[in-house]
Design a protein around this ligand. Structure first.
Ligand SMILES: Cc1cc2nc3c(=O)[nH]c(=O)nc-3n(C[C@H](O)[C@H](O)[C@H](O)COP(=O)(O)O)c2cc1C
Length: 581
């Protein structure tokens, strides 16, 4: 049905939310864990089964919830055999657990059906668009966003209201709105989950941006590796068109807006806004020199407002609840919430949304459930390849833009990779540097050559060929690359090395002295069996590459050329006869 007036919208009728409904998490994580067969089995026996996106607890998938209004009965890691039990206990009640999260961006994720616009509408969807079109002046909208203090969630943290105002005030016959859904940081999956779980929230915000700024074309630039998000987005756009939220004369006004999807091929640099513009225009994914910024000269030389998925997902709540409400959450300079993707050595791998300023300790231990296998927390990497490592000594640090920058890292887009004492920080720094070397577009020399030279030095260190002057050289090169690169990729790529050198310098010095205490840098490790050996044969039995020789009750021997340095022999020896040298 097409809605052609405010009255039409107000007269929309929805299903009764008090009816018992069973939801099944069918984001990428849910489907990968087997949610589809559970969904199909439930649907055969119960009429009100809803497919929803990810609730954030990827580690608990497949998740099934029985919802009656606000009452929720939760089943985690559901197996097909449990389906009958769930149906037989449909009226059972459960006491709600305390949540440490604050949900603005993810408020509908895992609750609404992302493939049905009617469900989004029944949760207040498109009310913000109606409010903007019929009850607010365009300047008022900009003032509200400016006053909310919302900062871009794509990495740089630029104030969104100021960006919108700049694009609005630039005169042009054509303007564009772009949603950046490239999400290239290793370990980050916030934007994917938002688009898979609540695509209309982003679409509604893009329409609002188009109206306020004076653009009639919107583009979602999304990586092709996100097929589920792409499909749900396509479907959501079609439904918004059917209802008249997209197209010509939206809701009977003279405002026209269309959204198209542009698939990215997975180059990290194409998440950088000017490379993204080049990519859409069909040119090489290389950055442009700024200024001019895209707000003034963007796509095809026209004013373009580029915002990240999560930034857009904050707009509807701000319009509906106001800037003061938004400012009451988070910190003074970083209002609102941030969605993080928790990964690495943490028990609760998944998505969380917390108020800005939440202490890291709370994120790791209360929400994240602590370190995997009860190991000791060593550091957390934030901000992806542009960020840095925060050591365990800073566990009480509040997570917001300022504190992370002060600690030598950055918010980035929200990836948090947790490390324990078995991780080698030099090896971690090498991983990120390697990523930047691969992803550098090669346009500017400092990034193309500088990162490669840094990688050669760090490889020398992890191979046990490090020299004392290597550390000074890394620092000097790193600073040079940061200062002279054209775009944010080069301007931040040395950060993982520089921050680990700040906090874990001794580990670098140990490596130069041929010691990797985490046992990760294989080339400098050698295992030998000493005279203490009692010939129990356990090491030989457990060795995955059978490179240990010896007769029962005789001294054993490791064939060094075949050893893969996995340390299993070292760990299993009952008399500590194996030494690592
Ligand atoms: C190498 C590089 C990669 C980036 N990747 C992304 C990305 O995947 N998604 C994103 O929203 N912003 C990314 N950015 C930041 C964008 O350039 C830009 O600042 C952002 O899209 C603006 O939106 P915001 O103001 O809402 O954060 C990247 C920046 C750099 C330097």
């Amino acid at each position: 049905m097409k809605i052609i007036s405010k009255l039409d919208f107000e007269n929309l009728k929805f299903a009764n939310q008090e009816d018992t409904i069973i939801t099944v998490g069918r984001g990428t994580c849910g489907i990968a864990s087997g949610a589809d067969e559970i969904y199909n089995a439930l649907k055969k026996s119960f009429k009100n089964v809803k497919s929803v996106g990810c609730l954030g607890e990827c580690y608990n998938e497949p998740i099934v919830e029985v919802r009656k209004g606000k009452k929720v009965l939760r089943y985690n890691k559901v197996k097909l055999e449990q389906v009958n039990y769930i149906l037989e206990n449909i009226d059972k009640e459960e006491i709600q657990k305390e949540s440490f999260e604050t949900r603005i961006v993810l408020e509908n994720c895992g609750i609404i059906d992302p493939e049905k616009i009617e469900d989004y509408l029944s949760f207040g969807g498109y009310k913000a668009l109606v409010k903007v079109l019929f009850e607010m002046e365009k300047e008022e909208v900009i003032e509200e966003i400016k006053s909310s203090g919302l900062r871009g969630r794509g990495g740089a943290g630029f104030p969104t209201g100021i960006k919108w105002e700049g694009t609005k005030n630039t005169k042009s016959d054509q303007k564009y709105i772009i949603c950046n859904a490239d999400e290239g940081d290793p370990g980050a999956f916030m934007d994917r989950a938002i688009l898979e779980g609540d695509p209309h929230k982003v679409i509604e915000a893009m329409i609002i941006a188009g109206y306020v700024i004076g653009a009639d074309k919107g583009i979602v630039y999304i990586r092709a590796e996100y097929p589920l998000a792409v499909n749900r987005l396509k479907r959501a756009i079609e439904q918004a068109e059917e209802y008249g939220f997209l197209g010509n004369n939206i809701l009977g006004t003279n405002f026209n807006f269309e959204i198209t999807i542009n698939l990215g091929a997975g180059a990290f640099v194409c998440g950088e806004e000017t490379s993204l513009l080049n990519s859409i225009e069909g040119m090489r994914g290389e950055p442009r020199v700024k200024p001019p910024f895209p707000s003034y000269k963007g796509l095809y030389g026209k004013p373009t407002c580029i915002n990240n998925v999560e930034t857009f997902a904050n707009i509807v709540p701000i319009i509906l609840k106001g800037a003061n409400w938004f400012k009451s959450i988070g910190t003074e300079k970083s209002p609102g919430t941030k969605v993080f993707a928790l990964a690495g050595k943490i028990n609760n791998v998944g998505l969380i949304e917390v108020a800005m300023g939440t202490p890291l300790k709370k994120i790791i231990y209360e929400i994240g459930g602590g370190i995997y296998d009860n190991k000791e927390f060593k550091a957390v990497q934030t901000g992806g390849p542009s960020g840095g490592c925060i050591p365990a000594s800073l566990i009480d640090i509040p997570i917001d833009y300022e504190s992370l920058n002060e600690a030598g890292s950055m918010m980035g887009s929200g990836g948090m990779i947790v490390m324990d004492t078995e991780d080698c920080m030099v090896d971690i720094a090498k991983f990120y540097l390697d990523f930047s070397v691969h992803e550098s577009c090669g346009k500017c020399v400092p990034c193309r050559i500088g990162n490669l030279r840094m990688k050669e030095i760090i490889e020398r260190i992890t191979d046990g060929r490090g020299k004392n002057e290597d550390l000074d050289n890394l620092e000097e090169l790193g600073k040079m690359i940061i200062e002279n690169s054209i775009c944010g990729l080069g301007q931040s790529s040395p950060n993982p090395v520089l921050s680990t050198m700040d906090y874990f310098r001794q580990e670098y010095i140990d490596h130069i002295n041929h010691k990797c205490s985490a046992n990760k840098c294989k080339k400098m490790i050698k295992f030998v069996i000493t005279e203490k050996c009692i010939g129990c044969t356990l090491c030989a039995k457990k060795c995955p590459v059978t490179c240990i020789e010896g007769e029962l009750k005789q001294l054993h021997h490791i064939i060094q050329e075949e050893c893969i340095k996995c340390a299993i022999c070292y760990k299993v020896c009952p008399v500590d006869a194996i030494e690592r040298i």
